[in-house]
Design a binder for this molecule. Sequence first.
Ligand SMILES: NC(=O)c1ccc[n+]([C@@H]2O[C@H](COP(=O)([O-])OP(=O)(O)OC[C@H]3O[C@@H](n4cnc5c(N)ncnc54)[C@H](OP(=O)(O)O)[C@@H]3O)[C@@H](O)[C@H]2O)c1
Length: 244
Amino acid sequence: MLNLLGRCCLITGGSRGIGLAIATRFAQAGATCTLVARDEAQLRNAVSSLPAPNQQQEHDFLVGDVGDESFWELSVKTKPDIRILVNSAGQPQNSLLRKTTPEAIDHLVRVNLLGAIYGTKFYASEMSRRKEGCIINISSVLADTGGAGSAIYAASKAGLQGFTKSMVAEVSRFNIRINNILPGYIETDMTAAMDSTARSMVLSKIPLERFGTVEDIANAAHYLVTSRYVTGTNLVVDGGYSAS
Ligand SMILES: NC(=O)c1ccc[n+]([C@@H]2O[C@H](COP(=O)([O-])OP(=O)(O)OC[C@H]3O[C@@H](n4cnc5c(N)ncnc54)[C@H](OP(=O)(O)O)[C@@H]3O)[C@@H](O)[C@H]2O)c1
């Protein structure tokens, strides 16, 4: 496994699911991780589940809402040494637009899109001073395919793609890379809420005939973090769902 020894990572949505799997993979490679979510008890458990870093540092957590700009102001002051930022915090939608309140729309965009934008804004400045950085945004195949009941979710995840491409033009000269992962349907709490009919329908559209695992996404994140010449890309990890 390529070495991330001594690299400090901040992973939003790190208390469970995809974020925790990425943190685990990075910690196995020697990185020191700070996990971000809103539930402190879950964060404590997640931090204690990580393999210990191979040096004096310790894994840590920050409790906060990524959609709140003031969280990021504080985060960058508390943890200025972050070299790898993974924006994985996100929330699903399961409502037709006509039944979605303006408050719910605002909330989804705030967490799924603005969370990553704020994180990048604050940490790209720090990274540019140190001339080193890697940012990974967790988008979704729904950004490309869309889906009834997911209009705002898909719009917020698609927004990450334009954002990422634009940031390449702004940050590459500071040796900062930024990429998106587009997971398909992955076994986490987010997909556990699907009923059996919806699940079977989705499964019938996945050529590799299974939902993805969080390790499938952690592998993709590890590839992006260790691939020095990859930036501005959308890495689709969906078992062929969007290709069929
Ligand atoms: N699972 C899939 O099939 C799938 C597919 C495509 C894309 N994705 C994307 O992958 C990412 C991770 O999803 P997942 O399946 O791992 O979801 P998950 O198991 O539900 O985990 C979501 C994580 O985000 C945190 N979170 C949610 N809202 C937050 C907020 N406002 N501020 C800070 N943290 C927040 C949650 O902790 P708290 O609730 O404690 O805050 C939790 O740690 C999301 O962006 C999701 O959209 C998932």
